[in-house]
Unconditional design. Sequence first.
Length: 229
Amino acid sequence: MYPIVEFLTGALFVLTYYTFGITLPTFKFLFLGCLLIVLIVTDLRVRMLPDAVNWFGFGLGLAFATRVPPWGIAGIWLRARHVPTMLIGVVDALAGAALGSLLLWAAAVLYKLVRKREGMGMGDVKMMAMVGAFLGVRGSFLTILIGTLLGSVVGLTVVCFLFLAGWQRKLAERAHRRGLGTLSALRWTLAAQYQLPLGSFLGVGALFVVYAPAWTRHSDLLFLLGVTR
């Protein structure tokens, strides 16, 4: 895994430079990208999102917001009242952090009430506070939307693959012999219990939110240049 992570980090640096040039947003998104790579890999390997990364990133996001403010709903209202840009950026970052973390926290509480078991760790909540501090309200919401959608598609695919591959088949057969249910139902139940790291998908979603709009603009520009020629 080590050379893969090193390669992806280097590719991220090249992509950031190509997308933003040598500007303040370049340094902001380089820091965010490196933090996200750490969280994606850590959650994927050990199902953990370290506080040392999340809280450091949250503080860094607030610091960058004073110079490179995220575009958010709060900023629109404050700009109309001629509030200093530095303050607008911090308010937007805090609003994004609050929205992202509270949405995931509410989802975790609701899941526990319905399913009577933990479905999400607080690491995901803290991670979204960090992402929201960098990307603001709009970016935070899109990160959750894309991350959960991607996680749902991949999760369903993994569950189907485990079921078809006969994962935990012997355990299901023992349970079936004890009269706990049909073999197929037991195998599906066991496959459905496999837990995927939400933080990894949220990290991918955040990277998509940062880079996809810029690449879309580049594609539109290239298309227009081709048409005019």
